[in-house]
Design a protein around this ligand. Sequence first.
Ligand code: PEP
Ligand code: MN
Length: 337
Amino acid sequence: MFVIMEEGAAEAQIEAVIGRLITAGFNVHRSTGAVHTVLGCVGPKEELDPGVIELMAGVRECRRVITPYKLAGRNFNPGGTTFSVRGVEIGGSHVVSIGGPCSVESEAQIELAASQVAQAGAKGLRGGAFKPRSSPYSFQGLGEDGLRLLRAAADRHGLFAVSEVMDQTQIPMMERYVDVFQVGARNMQNFNLLKELGKSRLPVLLKRGIAATVEELLLSAEYLLSGGNYNVILCERGIRTFETYTRNTMDISAIPVIKKLSHLPIMADPSHGTGRRDNVIPMARAAVAAGADGLLVEMHPDPDNAVSDGAQSLLPGQFTDMMRQVRLIAAAVGRTA
Ligand code: PEP
Ligand code: MN
């Protein structure tokens, strides 16, 4: 932590701050510049709220230097984390694509989607069975029946299965059907859910909240890691900005930012990231070019009649085309897809 004193801060004010810091367990190194006095503080742990120091008389600014997340930080595993989901390596040189509908709707729909996703070369099948809808009157998902259909379709086509968990009470039941738990944007800071998922043996794909900073995303990942679950995939899925042309604003820059700050694999969801089918492929290309370890993309056999997120769901042919293009981009950045 460091403290910058106001220009012309009184000696008594400086000493009061130093005294407070020493009481909190810090070693304080004082440097007197031409204009400001700067206090460099090193302590065994930085638990003191910088805001408390900033309120003291004569203090201009107080900042933490150490990141508040320890296990999610790059230093914890500088080489980057990789793990396997049903034999598919996540976080390695292969860019892993997961495709499928927003919601599981019927056996025929998920079966067709799975065959198309597998044929296009993707490795994972997505499909929501518990849907976090803005309106309580919208389709809420097929529940356990949907998970059963998702599992069977994934198995028939050699794909791993990903589905959203909305509540901790669903975890034991869902563990019987899915290979990866998806935590949705709306639940990124559902700390009770994160704590319970920290105890699960299954990997978690953690989506960035619609108004969450990268630091908040990494702190949410910290809940999973500190609970003992190290198999975490982060996912950029667009954030809310003032722009209305797209549903969300896809924050491509979050990908290299997270790569630098964290060892965890980072995927991109250009479907929710843009909300428009015509923008999904360009953003998928951009995400892979920016270093994403995988893609989570909505694809529906008949998107115009989808029960949820049809407008952003690719047609099967478009999904295949996206995979072809992404392979070219991946090769350009030294990877496969
Ligand atoms: C989804 O993947 O269908 C979904 C609801 O995503 P998000 O939580 O990112 O909105
Ligand atoms: Mn969706």
